[in-house]
Design a protein around this ligand. Structure first.
Ligand SMILES: C[S@@+](CC[C@H](N)C(=O)[O-])C[C@H]1O[C@@H](n2cnc3c(N)ncnc32)[C@H](O)[C@@H]1O
Length: 175
């Protein structure tokens, strides 16, 4: 049964200091912790507030250069630094590709809030686009690991004679 629709903007303002019910933390392969919705959501629903220390983009970039934490969200001239674990959920939401995402960050009054971009099923992981050009988990190093795994697979399937040239070619392409 659908819940009675509350104005998403007004709802977001009620959850600046604590998180609403209806979410749970889970652990996902290769991603670490993430957040699931424990109830169905409608497109446009307010989900969570991204809480953290509000600093300038410049200061955020300075902190990232010093040590990247993975919990700094950049928005226009601002950065929300959620490196410090305050027990809030939004900092735990993982990045999704364009095809995977089901929510989006928007400025709501003084805070950044996450809204559903499509209907979300009960138990679905929340994913939004971090908006960066590249991600450490997609880096060349990860690619190299994949190539070596592929080579092992080829060797195991009796194609070891082509495994080495293929590996060389791929390494040439990425290095
Ligand atoms: C904002 S945190 C998300 C919560 C994090 N998974 C955790 O366990 O605390 C961002 C970090 O999660 C991981 N992450 C997020 N999205 C990912 C993805 N699509 N694939 C792999 N790792 C991801 C990366 O380590 C990234 O630095």
């Amino acid at each position: 049964m659908r819940r009675k629709r509350v104005n998403p903007f007004e709802e977001s303002q009620l959850w600046v200091k604590t998180d609403p019910p209806g979410f749970e933390i889970d652990v996902f392969e290769n991603k670490g912790r993430g957040v699931r919705s424990t109830i169905p959501r409608q497109r446009g629903d307010f989900l969570l507030v991204y809480s953290g220390q509000i600093i300038s983009k410049k200061e955020g970039e300075r902190r990232e250069r010093k040590k990247s934490s993975g919990y700094r969200y950049f928005y226009r001239d601002l950065c929300i630094d959620a490196t410090k674990d305050d027990g809030r959920l939004c900092r735990l939401i993982n990045h999704g590709t364009k095809k995977e995402i089901n929510c989006k960050m928007k400025l709501c009054g003084d805070c950044l809030c996450l809204f559903a971009t499509r209907d979300i099923q009960q138990g679905e992981e929340l994913l939004y686009d971090y908006g960066l050009k590249s991600y450490p988990w997609n880096s060349n190093l990860t690619l190299v690991k994949r190539i070596f795994r592929w080579k092992t697979l080829l060797a195991l399937t009796h194609h070891s004679s082509i495994a080495l040239p293929v590996e060389k070619l791929l390494l040439k392409m990425i290095l």
